[in-house]
Design a protein around this ligand. Structure first.
Ligand code: NAD
Length: 427
């Protein structure tokens, strides 16, 4: 049995003991340093720094390694870790595979660009690591399938980094809708304002010495470097992501999948515009989706429904007894013309989160999947992929939900997967 499995088994037993599920008083009498989860952060610029700050604040976590293909980001983040945790012994790596080789690391977090998520997570599952991974779950539909297959095969834990899921508002919205207060929901409208920028027409450059451009590209097709294609702005290029739409879908679709679990997706029709620059992700994208008994619309401006104007991101649920509109922090419910922010008689049925990252740590210890687990995240993310495919093909697409394939549509089915650069095939 490997050292890391021994460690995890020990941690699990400690957690079970804490829950009163087993009698191992010697394990719970004193929290030994090895009770702590040993975590590595992979991709440590914008969101990766948030990961580090959040996990550094948890008492039962030790950050033992950082990884980035840009040495400047790596060194800056190590500097910040030293301020947060003076005396840290964290080691730094350019290649995440060295972290996966380390038997003393229990879990990783991933905040790389989207085109890397599935490769790193899948290899991590195969190496026996648990993963806290950023949204969107994957770059293609097939990647989500491969991630789930490997998670199950290797008995791993995964939490999607949709931290808003842990907030009280989403919990309450779900309780209200699941109580039946607005009746059976037949229409949902989701939106996020803001356009993907075009980024001009920059010329290729030599990558800076701090950056391993080849490793940044990884599984994506080779492309010449220019800064606008790389850090932060990569999200506006189809080789790596899908613009504002793909950036924000998961954050707000989450409350819908949690509240009503849309099933039986039948069709998706997306419209949109191209940018006027080199960025090729949609400048904006609107999509109409049809599920069993549910129509779902995504728009890039607020829909024409009461309470939507002025909200930059939102979800509107229309049921046969009333409506509910919400965003990350607030909600309002309209029933029979009366608008309220809550219905206090509806009991609190969902346990509140101890925090999105703590929920992951608890899941690693208990070996019970966390709230934004992979199976859930995959179902919630899938329509996002299909809308991008419809936009790319400039036509509607018909979906066979049982087979997870488009119906009689070779061109669309070809876009469920991608061809990887050598060495990065998913198995
Ligand atoms: N949950 C949220 O609210 C939220 C918010 C912002 C971003 N995100 C997600 O976080 C991810 C990162 O976004 P960002 O804005 O921080 O991007 P970023 O470009 O600022 O940072 C990505 C970092 O990953 C590094 N990187 C690239 N390939 C790597 C590899 N193979 N190994 C190690 N490091 C690698 C880059 O050098 C860079 O430092 C994206 O998937 C994004 O969707 C989530």
């Amino acid at each position: 049995m490997s050292q890391s499995i021994d460690r995890r088994d020990f941690i699990r037993k400690s957690a079970l003991a804490t829950l009163g599920l087993t009698f191992l008083p010697h394990l719970i009498s004193k929290a030994a340093p090895s009770d702590k989860l040993r975590i590595a952060h992979i991709g440590v610029n914008g969101m990766g720094n948030n990961h580090m700050n959040w996990f550094a604040a948890l008492p039962d976590v030790d950050i033992v390694a950082l990884c980035d293909v840009d040495k400047d980001h790596l060194n800056k983040t190590l500097g910040k870790l030293k301020e947060l945790k003076p005396g840290t012994q964290a080691t730094t790596y350019e290649d995440f595979r060295h972290i996966l080789d380390r038997k003393d690391i229990d879990a990783i977090t991933i905040a790389t660009p989207d085109h890397w998520h599935a490769q790193i997570a899948t290899l991590a599952f195969q190496a026996g690591k648990d993963v806290y991974g950023e949204k969107p779950l994957s770059y293609t539909v097939k990647e989500g399938q491969m991630m789930l297959k490997n998670l199950n095969k290797h008995n791993r834990i995964f939490q999607l980094g949709t931290q808003i899921h842990a907030g009280d508002n989403y919990h309450r919205v779900v309780e209200i809708i699941q109580s039946g207060a607005i009746g059976k929901v037949h229409t949902v409208r989701l939106w996020k304002t803001g356009f993907s920028p075009g980024l001009g027409h920059p010329k290729p450059q030599t990558p800076p010495p701090s950056l391993n451009w080849d490793m940044w590209l990884g599984p994506a097709p080779y492309a010449d470097y220019f800064p606008e294609r790389c850090h932060i702005n990569y999200r506006y290029f189809l080789d790596y992501s899908g613009g504002v739409f793909a950036d924000f879908w998961c954050h707000i679709a989450d409350v819908v999948w949690w509240a009503i679990q849309p099933k039986g997706l039948k069709s998706v029709t997306a419209r949109g515009e191209k940018t006027d620059g080199i960025a090729d992700a949609p400048k904006w994208l609107d999509a109409d989706m049809e599920f069993d008994g549910l129509k779902l619309y995504w728009t890039s401006i607020p829909p024409d429904v009461p309470g939507a104007a002025g909200r930059h991101i939102g979800a509107y649920f229309e049921g046969d007894k009333g409506t509910l509109i919400c965003d990350y922090e607030s909600r309002s419910i309209t029933i029979n013309g009366q608008t309220v922010t809550d219905i206090p008689e509806i009991p609190q049925t969902l346990p509140r989160s101890p925090g999105h990252q703590q929920n992951f740590v608890d899941a690693v210890k208990s070996r019970r999947q966390p709230e934004s687990n992979l199976a859930y995240a995959r179902e919630m993310t899938l329509p996002m992929h299909l809308a991008l495919i419809s936009w790319r093909l400039n036509r509607g697409v018909k979906w066979n939900a049982a087979k997870e394939k488009f119906m009689d549509d070779k061109a669309a089915n070809a876009l469920l997967n991608r061809k990887y650069r050598k060495g990065w095939d998913l198995v």
